[in-house]
Design a protein around this ligand. Structure first.
Ligand SMILES: Cc1cc2nc3c(=O)[nH]c(=O)nc-3n(C[C@H](O)[C@H](O)[C@H](O)COP(=O)(O)O)c2cc1C
Length: 183
């Protein structure tokens, strides 16, 4: 099984990264292939609505930091989106990537893939509702299945680490991801 994790936080030691790294540990220990991408390390141009992805080969014509991300979205059986909540929504870098999913609406290359969300927020679950709803609609449009959402009330770096010591929500997600493989 291949799992690609996309981290939409600029903080490489932040709460999203902590959740993502913990997930990778659990999955890798069980032989799952994991790849992690920090979206802020990729120059992602905005979708320019040129509509070329709706014609011919149904691909995006822009050649930028998304090129490698597209490859790995398609490589994955399970796609994990981690983003801090910024103003009740996903971070801007995460939204840049979502907008670039437009080719997948037509070419259906993400169809049937499973997904999960890692969402730290200073105020916790209450501020995650619009982000969860947005992703749910994106997944529905692309034919993807949402496995689970983990929200954590985490603000400072290290907060997620402390919370996961009390209950390892990420391990619960890892189990759900791997259960499907056994069916
Ligand atoms: C620009 C900005 C906007 C934010 N907006 C919210 C918000 O609307 N609700 C909330 O609960 N936390 C908000 N936060 C706090 C972050 O979600 C929180 O610090 C999170 O743990 C950061 O994750 P990271 O460590 O992975 O970067 C905001 C932080 C920033 C920088």
């Amino acid at each position: 099984m291949n799992v690609a994790i996309f981290i939409g936080s600029p903080r490489v030691n932040g709460n999203t990264a902590t959740m993502a790294n913990r997930l990778t540990e659990h999955l890798s220990d069980n032989g799952v292939n994991c790849r992690t991408y920090y979206l802020y390390h990729h120059k992602i141009q905005p979708c320019i609505d040129c509509r070329r992805c709706k014609a011919e080969d149904l691909e995006c014509i822009q050649n930028d930091g998304m090129t490698v991300l597209y490859k790995n979205l398609e490589w994955a059986d399970v796609i994990i989106f981690g983003t801090p909540i910024y103003w009740f929504g996903p971070s801007a870098q995460t939204k840049l990537m979502i907008d670039r999913f437009r080719p997948y609406f037509a070419n259906k290359k993400l169809y049937g893939k499973r997904a999960a969300l890692l969402l730290p927020a200073g105020s916790g679950e209450g501020d995650c509702d619009m982000t969860i709803e947005q992703f749910k609609r994106v997944f529905k449009a692309l034919g993807m299945e949402l496995i689970d959402v983990i929200t954590l009330e985490a603000y400072d770096e290290g907060d997620a680490e402390e919370l996961l010591k009390k209950h390892d929500f990420v391990q619960d997600l890892a189990i759900k991801i791997m259960q499907k493989e056994e069916v």
